[in-house]
Design a protein around this ligand. Sequence first.
Ligand SMILES: [Zn+2]
Length: 307
Amino acid sequence: MPSRPFFFLFLALFVGQQSFSIGLSEIASRCGGTLTYEQDGRVGIVRSKDCSLVFRHNSACHRLNGVSVYGQCPTGGGPGALTVDGADWARVLAPLLTPPAVAPLRRVCIDAGHGGHDSGTVQGQLVEKNLTLDIALRLQRLLRERNIGSILTRSGDSFVALERRPEIGSSCDLFISIHCNAADAPMASGVETYVLPQKGMASTARMDKPGAQDQHSCPNNRCDEHNLWLGYCLQRQLIGITGVKDRGVRRGRFLVLKAAHCPAALVECGFLTNGEEGRRLGTEEYREAIARALCQGICHYDAVGRR
Ligand SMILES: [Zn+2]
């Protein structure tokens, strides 16, 4: 039977999600850490021996151990007294501080985005479907070197329907979809990793209150905690190895994520529409670095979850 304070905490979380928030000092005490403020109180930092959490005034993009993770709501309170949405804490941040147990990793489904008549983004000589396949094949080789099996949703330049891709990976323990990004603004750059929104949460791109379309759950919502942990592990290695801008762990209702049979994430490995990033994505060395980051992210997901 939960104690009274915990009972009311859970009641507030599940009955009044919109209004419940938690102060940074409370988060610091739960983490066994300390709270400091910088930049005139607009940045709150919680540090413990196990983690660091950085919160910005009026921002839903929080940083956990150097990785940006998007919550649903911007921080509340005022400078020097920031608060975090209670659901964001309970459903996004707290689970990442205590990663879930992971079943033995036998096989990974690697999904090279696009293919065949679907080229994805085309920017000069750079064609997304070719780059994603190259990264997928490199990742398969790296996993094989670590005795981790894998299945590709496509191994050549063929069209595979989105609905078919999760089916191909139905016997796998993880599903990783690989894409390259594009934007109208040529300055847009960096890597981002998507996981399926939890029931009642909106996609990060909208950043508004969840609508009716966010209230039903998908088959893959049974993997919520593992999805988040996988997304975090991949994003952490991607920014660590490539050194590019961290655009964060985000939520998106992509069809391949909704229908995945196992923990799943979709990585956007950089912007083909950004001159410098496109040039790097065009080199074998950079695509090898991305594949290495994905491999290490998968291995970290597995190793920590099995402790
Ligand atoms: Zn794509």
